[in-house]
Design a protein around this ligand. Sequence first.
Ligand code: M6R
Length: 644
Amino acid sequence: MCGIIVVAGGQEVAESLLDGLRRLEYRGYDSAGVAMAVEGGLWRARAADGTDSLELLGMLVSAAPYQARSGIGHTRWATHGPPTEPNAHPHFDCRAQVAVVHNGIVENHRELRAELVAAGHVFASETDTEVLAHLLEQERDASKDLVASVRRVIAKVLGAFALAFIDSREPEVVVVARRTSPLVIGRSASASWAASDIPALIGRADEIFVLGDDEIGKLRPEGFEVWGPSGQRVHPGAIDVDWDATAAGKEGFDTFMLKEIHEQPAAVADTLRGRLSRTGALLTHAKQGSLYGHELPPPPRKAGEEEQGEPERVLLDGVSPDLLDGVRSVFLVGCGSAYHACMAARYGLERWVRLPVEVEIASELRARDPVLDDATLLVAVSQSGETMDTLQALQAAARRGARTLAVTNVVGSSLSRDADGVLYTRAGQEVGVAATKTFLAQLVALDLLALRMAGDHAMLAAEEEERLIAVVGGLPELVRAALERGDEIESVAEKLSGSKDFFFLGRHVGYPVALEGALKLKEIAYLRAEGFAAGELKHGPIALIRPGSIVVGVATRNPLWPKMMSNVAEVKARGATVVLVAEDGDLETQEQADHVLGVPAVAEPLFSPVVDAIPLQLLAYWLSRLAGHDVDRPRNLAKTVTVE
Ligand code: M6R
């Protein structure tokens, strides 16, 4: 959602702010602004021109005649008040001595605004955020201490926030604070930084630190200090960030999304890296010199090692034996694509671990009264680790005594810090709003979790465990093979371009893949795309099928393939154009399709979503491009959804 960038010091405050805002573009925005402490006061520029706001803001800022000492920048995703210039951040107090940017929601803004108006403050916007500037104005009248004043301001605020203030009386200082909404601090030789997200600081800051809940940071050119909720000094440790600045570039691809789709073999290999103790398939790739530049996993184990007390075959850093020991049920939660990954994971967990598994949309969990206890493992899946609904689901489960595990792509994210254990997906930074490589990495991480738990529970015969591990280890190469069909999929998209009604069908593990395919098409191609469990077709949706309907079926050979093919026959009989995800060489399936999306066969059907999702990503991609849409920044969507 909204993005914040902050810099105190350095020679190029304005340029640094604009660069940071561009790197936060993926969070989505409809307006943008900066405020800087310059000679004689605060200078501000704001633009409310939808996704062109940053371009306009850049022109406004380049015309500014000032040398700034510090500054704050913001991309806004409208919540309180429409996306207009007066509602764009930063907001000033009555005297333009204080400016604030804010991500989150001030839940008691109406009450605070009424009190401030009664005290004579004049508001210039409809936002909840503006109360923060006026509250600081009030506090500063009573105190010379900026940090203490900010502490009193946030004590009055209910809700979630990451915020940054500048004050013309201390032009080299920026004060930041957060509760629930994310904020990271960075340090370089001549400046201090803060941002909503790590990518904005890559290549700028030498070290990155996470600001904790209700902590306040004071940033100056020569460094920063942090205080906890009761005013005690806090010394956060720098976190490991292994993303490099080149990850933020398109590297020859037209779009971030296409680049990220093609990074999937590496994302899957990285998610597996070092986690399989018997990885014949990965070693085979290494022999072919194609392990994507990553270190080799440990060598295969010899027969009989298990009985001699060797480590488990799936090794999950961040997931302690205590966390899994004695677990009697598993609850998987996530939103959007992460929820689909949870759905796909259920099949393996049930089959191999033989535990009850529930899957729920994170935002729905709070509406329920789920039965959770200390033998329940709540697995919260989120690429960003900042999705508010998923965070709240995890926190609610923890309050009920459940054990919690985060599956996330962002080191140091809120979810990773709140959970009892963390399984990182290691897909690298994903800029495109539509989840692609992070989705595949989630599928793989959850498969690893299932195999690890199956090993712990001794549920699998040794040969079967060995077979599954070999298949999972071979997934990077299958993902690479699936990507080689890119051109074929582009030509199928050309034939379907202009169609309006899409239906995605799947059964068994193909069902979540169908839902994910439909979601991709909706979000980037703006096409009506409904995903169904194919068995449900006859219970209603088949009424929608008519000549001209496009039915995309996931028809790889999972256990319900014969029934899936009966459903395909039903829609064909009603005039639909049938597009099938089918295995290479499976002529029986391919013959039933008007258009084939070919994929390599996966020797274990429960892992097939990792491969079957790829042609659907590419189909959505090309249908979007052919319609002229911006695939990286689809309308109305944000990369990270930090509001409920
Ligand atoms: O960061 P998260 O994984 O928690 O995000 C969850 C969803 O918002 C996300 O998957 C969303 O549905 C994507 N736009 C899907 O492409």
